[in-house]
Ligand binder design. Structure first.
Ligand SMILES: [Mn+2]
Length: 433
């Protein structure tokens, strides 16, 4: 006998996926919520567990309230209990929804930041669900400071729900140390806050972020969906992802070496995208929007021409796959990341010329070493970054999580790309002489 539990968090109802047409119904996170409710009721699970940030504060959550409540009503009507905790986005939104609708099986656990438990029963078997909810938008204390092992039942599986930032001590979103989760007592820690699905500890306990079930941006690539937990006993717990997100983001590399015509390039790109889709056929059964970042790789001395030949592709390219979901493929972004066709970069690096300096710098980035030009570029980059981060223009954004994540990208890959571009330009000029 196993408990089957559908686990998810970070739905951010009210939000839409970026780079998906505004009028596409499946571009909204509520589409995935509706899919989850259908999945949970079709072959009824024993409970639905939600790990916070179900509603998105910054977006049109009033519009999302109806669909959320409606889904809860369908789960309640099917006799499926729901246990949830609040995150930093919905710390003050969930209690009113749960409290005012006369639900009997929908539970908000740990309101106000006080750990709280509930027991789930099935054919004489028991399982404990415990949880802690955000009491306000920012929490700098570790929620495990107030966690007590005494509240745990002995000999039955315990699933803990927590919206928290694991491993980042400086976080303002409930920082938690992995070690404390491992030693606290529950057999499963189902977490919320991080949108990328991640298993932090596989075993006992199982510690994982199910991630956002609906892919919201290109920063959330690959498969997304809720997790199915199957709990047989404290020693027999398995987790699988149910890929319900109708949106999927992927990066595809296309080798453009030797391509010297626009049509050739466009054909190669289309081939590359179709090949990716063919190889991932089984994973696209529910994907309605497949959004690509296209990386052009290989050797080429005319990166600007490549860019021009593909200009407009980000708006124009639309192809529909012949599969049950009629997956629509589009291109969000093109990155030209080609290397100059140089017969011997090491030889070139010995030359006392601008091309030689660039070759040296390329070799330095690739080998992880340093040279004076690279050092100078890195310093310039850091100074510019600091200026930008402090600029008044961007201050209104400074509280946004996604903004802070973007602040300090690794400059080396950008420097490498620019060195390649300039070296290719120099070679082109020399060829023309
Ligand atoms: Mn969060």
């Amino acid at each position: 006998m196993a408990f089957r539990l559908l686990v998810s968090g970070d739905l951010h109802l009210g939000k839409r996926s970026s780079s998906v047409p505004e009028d596409a119904v499946s571009g909204s996170s509520r589409a995935t919520w509706e899919r989850m409710v259908r999945w949970a009721t079709d072959d009824p699970v024993d409970a639905v567990l939600l790990t916070g940030d179900i509603m998105d504060r910054d977006n049109r959550y009033y519009e999302a309230l109806g669909p959320f409540r409606n889904g809860l009503q369908r789960l309640e009507a099917a006799g499926i209990p729901v246990y949830m905790v609040a995150g930093n986005h919905d710390y003050d939104l969930l209690s009113s929804i749960v409290g005012s609708s006369g639900f009997e099986k929908v539970h908000l656990l740990g309101a106000g930041g006080h750990w709280e438990s509930s027991i789930l029963e099935k054919k004489g078997h028991k399982l404990q669900v415990t949880g802690w909810s955000f009491p306000k938008s920012h929490v700098i204390e570790d929620p495990l400071d107030s966690f007590s092992r005494n509240q745990l039942h002995r000999d039955i599986p315990v699933i803990a729900l927590l919206h928290a930032d694991v491993g980042s001590a400086e976080s303002r979103y409930a920082p938690v140390k992995v070690d404390r989760l491992l030693q606290a007592g529950p057999h499963v820690w189902a977490l919320g806050h991080i949108h990328k699905p991640e298993v932090i500890h596989d075993g006992r306990p199982l510690v994982f972020y199910p991630g956002s079930p609906h892919a919201l941006s290109a920063k959330e690539p690959h498969e997304h969906g809720p997790a199915l937990l199957e709990v047989v006993s404290v020693d027999d717990i398995t987790m699988t992802t149910i890929p319900l997100s109708p949106v999927r983001y992927e990066t595809v590399n296309v080798d453009v070496s030797g391509l010297n015509h626009k049509d050739q390039l466009r054909d190669r790109v289309s081939q590359g995208l179709h090949e990716w889709a063919r190889n991932s056929h089984d994973q696209l059964q529910q994907v309605e929007h497949l959004v690509f970042d296209l990386h052009l790789r290989g050797e080429h001395n005319h990166p600007e021409a490549l860019r021009n030949w593909l200009s407009g592709i980000t708006g124009e390219y639309q192809e529909t796959l012949d599969n049950p979901a009629a997956t629509n493929m589009s291109v969000r972004k093109v990155v030209v990341d080609v290397e100059p066709a140089v017969s011997n970069l090491e030889e070139l690096a010995k030359e006392p010329s601008p091309a030689g300096m660039l070759a040296q710098t390329i070799l330095a980035v690739k080998s992880g070493s340093n040279n004076p030009l690279l050092e100078e570029l890195m310093n310039d980059w850091k100074n510019k970054q600091r200026e930008l981060a402090g600029a008044a223009t961007y201050q209104p954004l400074s509280h946004r999580e996604e903004y802070r994540e973007d602040l300090y990208p690794d400059p080396r890959e950008h420097i490498l790309r620019e060195c390649h571009r300039i070296l290719a330009e120099l070679i082109k000029q020399q060829e023309a002489l």
